[in-house]
Write a protein that binds this ligand. Sequence first.
Ligand SMILES: Cc1ncc(COP(=O)(O)O)c(C=O)c1O
Length: 464
Amino acid sequence: MSTPVAPSSAASMHEVSDRTSELVELVLRYARGRILSSDTPLDKPIAPLDLALRAGRSIDEHGIGAERALALFEDVLAPACITTDHPQYLSFIPTAPTKASVAFDLVVSASALYGGSWLEGAGAVHAENEVLSWLAAEFGLPASAGGVFVQGGTLGNLSALVAAREHARAVATRSGAELPSRWKVVCSAEAHSSIASAARVMDVDVVAVEPGDDGVLRGDAVRAALEEHAASVFAVVATAGSTNFGIVDDLASIAAVTDEFDVWLHVDGAYGLAGMLSPMARHRFAGVERADSVIVDPHKWLFAPFDACALIYRDPEAGRRAHTQHAEYLDTLTETSEWSPSDYAAHLTRRARGLPLWFSLATHGAAAYRDAVTASIRLAHDIAREIDRRDGFRLVREPQLSVVVFEREGWSKADYAEWSARLLDEQHAFVTPSSHAGRPNTRFAIINPLTTYEHLTAILDTMA
Ligand SMILES: Cc1ncc(COP(=O)(O)O)c(C=O)c1O
């Protein structure tokens, strides 16, 4: 019988010892404090040289110890990161994870879950798939729809478009048609930059179609593009909530055209599709139920932590055909009919990143989500009316969802930049300059249910 040997120093970081227990307590105490804090400052970046000086060197052969490393994070590094879930963070598309989702994110790491295959992560995959099915049902997709949580909207759009091209190639090959020399994807000129990024990666061309003056892409404009580019188009991308304005394309008229031309319809709802949960906005998304693929990012308006994008295919087999990786060591995973999330996007190893949303949804129920999304839309409409009332302010477009774009009359780009920097410097708010049609403006992107009307009017007051 062999006698147990004392753990060598090679195992000292992994074994459960007084040292590792203290370290875990230390980190969890910090995490608990951050999750339950209601006054985490907005914070701001500092210049690279200053930061390097303040941080000093933390990595050497012997380690500086958990206490010092955590103190460095708490005192120097974290304050140099903007608090993206702060109620007065109103730039880009903010994030506002629920307490339940953030707390459970710790569990996902602690449990060392592998979310790539059914064999290794069946329980996690089951729960993620329940969320995807719930989303698919909300969007009116068939019960057979399914997909995977990927890192973000950029990867979700890319993976969907790769599946679309694969599908178009298979259809053309089956029918004996000649393959186009260049594949093309049709989208609005106001589509998110990730569509152009996907096209570059895929080496395909983008046909950018001008939307109407209201920013909405409609079926007639898509029809004209399809008539011109005919068989070389493998997908049309409609946007369900543009990033700059939160505008939803006319999905129903676009779907009618993609049906007629038998072209894949992808709906990029990274930010906006969550708006469908609200009775105030649901009608705007009519037609999404006819999409071949959709994305929506839980780290945006579904109140989950970074990073997660739900990618859903009407026919998951199309995703699987395009993305399954084949290798001798993987045969045991891929030669089964079991649902392995790795098969549905351009990735292999994956975090079970849908679980924080699953836990929060299971805990609070869908109605709480509907209320939180509705609150953002209502606040956006209320502040739009306030902007209308104020002299010297101009609403650029009527908000559809929860993004409000407005101008301070007479302000130059430099005025917005100076004002925005001052707001952050004074730790009042994070509101960045933007522009539309060559005119500078700024915008409130409202996601966080803790953002109030008073927060927003106080920001407007600083522009007087
Ligand atoms: C409409 C839209 N699509 C795609 C993306 C890209 O998502 P991600 O930043 O998660 O890659 C965004 C991001 O804001 C977006 O608003």
